[in-house]
Ligand binder design. Structure first.
Ligand code: FAD
Length: 480
């Protein structure tokens, strides 16, 4: 019997699932055909690389494509670009799709109903867009743009390199990692940059560490406005605008939106599939959707990537735990692989999320790296932990080496169990990826005492004799 898998959304999660499903099916002697449907003209590209393309570090959008459509097809996947899924009938096991290409890409140019045995939803997320970013007609305000897809990247590159009316001033709205990366791109393109953010810069850090990032942005020449929310926009002459926040006004030739993302689940919602508090789909740790009583589609629908909520690792990483929406490529790839394995008869588990993330801001003579894993102090307290924490300052290499740069490490632990809960890092080159050590320690439930005693590598160009994360854990362990 040939089973059919239909994949909706052919980027990180969808194509990871498609390839893994084919591998698992082949290993188990099952016959599986895979139809992957993608609304845009792109597949398997690194959105994460777009700010670096816009900044000028990456030569072309093509360089961000991990696998081309032809490579997917050569692996046996029937991939249809410019094809949108408009409806799902879970009870009948069908999807309705529409070819948006007008037949240009070999499609019918019309609509079609296709049956499936397994459906994988990998529809990703929308960038959050405030009302002022659109005109009264619903069109995007010229020069105001989010950054999500390769097409967005091309729009940004075009605008920033325009010789006709080169932009001079750029405002970035939102101080998270995409905001920081776009501020870097603007600065590197020679713009005067203002970053406006509702709270402290890098809200995924504790505010005291976020403040350290802000100081570096200011040192690089970025005007940083915290505690302000843009509430209005006036268009000047179609090329520049003025943003307002609580009486303050900011002129901008271009405005980058870095306000986060929300799950793209309208299709799933219209099909009656259950959604969580963040609007994301609710798969279990096998990435399978759980049918309610009376639902007759049990077992056939899977979901992965930015359209999903996930369980936090700290409380077990599975059903019954705290659910979070953490849209990152690292999870999309892993969840896609887990879904693909399971739907083809295997048994894989997604282990939950710690929110491990890194980024960098480099421009204006400043390079600051940021790493974070586990809950912030506020999140840990809200989850019921009795949090003890401490910030230490150290260097990324032995202090006498030319590569040594400052690094601040914040560690959070649980008073009762002495378990490491979270680590946040802000510092110069060599800082950010140290967070992986902390992520492994938290993942495997180590105490601060155990981390302080671990056998970690040391040589002067790479580390002080005590690794900065170990120093912080040791000092915290000595406190109680
Ligand atoms: C600027 C930027 C920088 C980033 N940097 C990082 C980083 O450094 N590290 C990190 O881990 N993550 C990063 N991310 C996040 C990462 O890119 C996403 O988590 C990842 O792309 C999610 O993959 P996905 O497959 O779930 O969704 P997406 O990549 O959003 O893909 C979903 C696809 O589904 C298609 N689709 C949706 N609905 C339909 C439909 N009805 N029919 C057909 N097709 C449909 C869409 O066209 C889209 O191509 C970044 C994201 C951005 C935007």
């Amino acid at each position: 019997v040939v089973e059919r898998l239909v994949v909706v959304g052919a980027d990180a999660a969808g194509m990871s699932a498609a390839h893994q499903a084919l591998r698992t099916a082949a290993a188990r002697g099952r016959e599986l055909e895979v139809l992957a449907l993608e609304r845009s003209g792109h597949t398997s590209y690194s959105a994460c690389g777009i700010p670096y393309w816009v900044a000028g570090d990456v030569p072309s959008g093509d360089a961000l494509v991990a696998r081309t459509a032809d490579q997917h097809r050569a692996a046996g996947i029937d991939l249809r670009l410019h094809t949108v899924v408009e409806a799902i009938d879970p009870a009948a096991g069908t999807v309705d799709l529409r070819d948006l290409s007008g037949g240009r890409t070999g499609g019918t140019g019309g609509t079609e109903r296709v049956g499936y045995d397994h459906l994988l939803l990998a529809t990703g997320a929308h960038p959050v867009e405030p009302a002022w970013a659109r005109t009264a007609d619903g069109e995007p305000v010229p020069g105001v743009h989010a950054v999500r897809s390769l097409d967005d990247g091309a729009v940004w590159l075009d605008r920033l390199t325009s010789t006709d009316r080169p932009p001079r001033t750029g405002v970035v709205v939102g101080g998270g990692y995409i905001g920081l990366e776009m501020a870097e791109a603007f600065l590197r393109r020679g713009l005067e940059v203002t970053l406006v953010t509702r709270g402290e810069v890098m809200g995924s850090l504790d505010p005291d560490l976020g403040a350290r990032v802000r100081e570096q942005l200011v040192a690089a020449g970025v005007t940083v406005v915290t505690g302000a929310e843009i509430d209005d926009l006036e268009l000047d002459d179609g090329h520049s605008c003025c943003l307002a926040a609580g009486g303050r006004r900011f002129d901008a030739d271009v405005v980058a939106l870095g306000l986060g993302a929300r799950p793209e689940t309208e299709l799933a919602a219209a099909a009656g599939l259950p959604l969580g508090d963040s609007g994301g789909l609710l798969p279990d740790d096998r990435q399978q959707l759980t049918a309610g009583p009376g639902d007759d589609w049990a077992g056939s629908i899977w979901a992965a990537g930015d359209c999903c909520e996930s369980y936090t690792r700290l409380d077990g990483g599975r059903r019954g735990g705290i659910r979070v929406f953490v849209p990152l490529g690292t999870h999309a790839n892993k969840q896609g692989r887990v879904a693909g394995e399971n739907l083809a008869g295997g048994d894989a588990r997604f282990g939950g999320v710690l929110g491990t993330a890194v980024t960098r801001f480099s421009g204006g003579g400043v390079t600051v790296e940021i790493g974070r894993t586990g809950p912030t102090s506020a999140q840990a307290a809200a989850a019921g932990y009795d949090v003890v924490s401490l910030v230490t300052e150290s260097t990324t290499a032995s202090g006498y080496m030319p590569e040594a740069s400052p690094i601040a490490v914040k560690v959070l632990a649980d008073r009762g169990t002495r378990r490491l809960l979270g680590v946040q890092l802000v510092g110069g080159p060599g800082t950010a990826k140290r967070v992986d050590l902390a992520a492994v320690a938290i993942w495997t439930s180590q105490t601060v005492d155990e981390v302080a005693g671990m056998d970690l590598a040391y040589a002067p160009p790479f580390s002080p004799v005590w690794d900065p994360v170990q120093i912080a854990c040791r000092r915290l362990a000595d406190r109680w």
